[in-house]
Write a protein that binds this ligand. Structure first.
Ligand code: AMP
Ligand code: ZN
Length: 111
């Protein structure tokens, strides 16, 4: 856990943020400033700054994030209509919270 990291605080249950899903590895919650009708954040409990800081020992975390993303798309009923799974990397890539997280964006249409 990194001092002063808002996502460390959230995934460790130190805020009022409601989880849509949680396990030992990660937590899922709604983005506070959604950019799509469905906008979830899939956030590991381990503090990793960005994709640049991933190493082989994080392989299981990353694959689990994607698998949970897929399950959450089904739960939010955007799996058939389609969605984006997005990782912003560092400032130029749009990252503003430097604790790795996967965005799930969708729900523009649910046909
Ligand atoms: P990124 O630009 O990839 O770093 O994305 C960070 C995201 O975190 C943004 O979409 C923010 O709206 C979202 N965010 C920031 N603070 C919170 C919070 N307390 N709860 C939920 N989402 C947040
Ligand atoms: Zn953190």
């Amino acid at each position: 856990m990194e001092q002063g990291c808002i996502f460390c605080d959230i995934v460790n249950g130190k805020t009022e943020t409601k989880f849509l899903y949680e396990d030992d590895i990660l937590a899922v919650f709604r983005d506070i400033n959604p950019h799509a009708p469905v906008h979830l954040l899939i956030v590991p409990k381990k503090h990793i700054r960005s994709v640049n800081d991933l190493s082989g020992e994080n392989k299981d975390i990353v694959s689990h994030m994607i698998m949970v993303g897929k399950d959450m798309a089904l739960q939010e009923n955007v799996n058939i209509s389609g969605y984006k799974l997005l990782l912003n990397v560092e400032k130029g890539g749009g990252q503003v919270i430097f604790h790795i997280h996967l965005h799930l964006l969708g729900g523009w249409e649910r046909k």
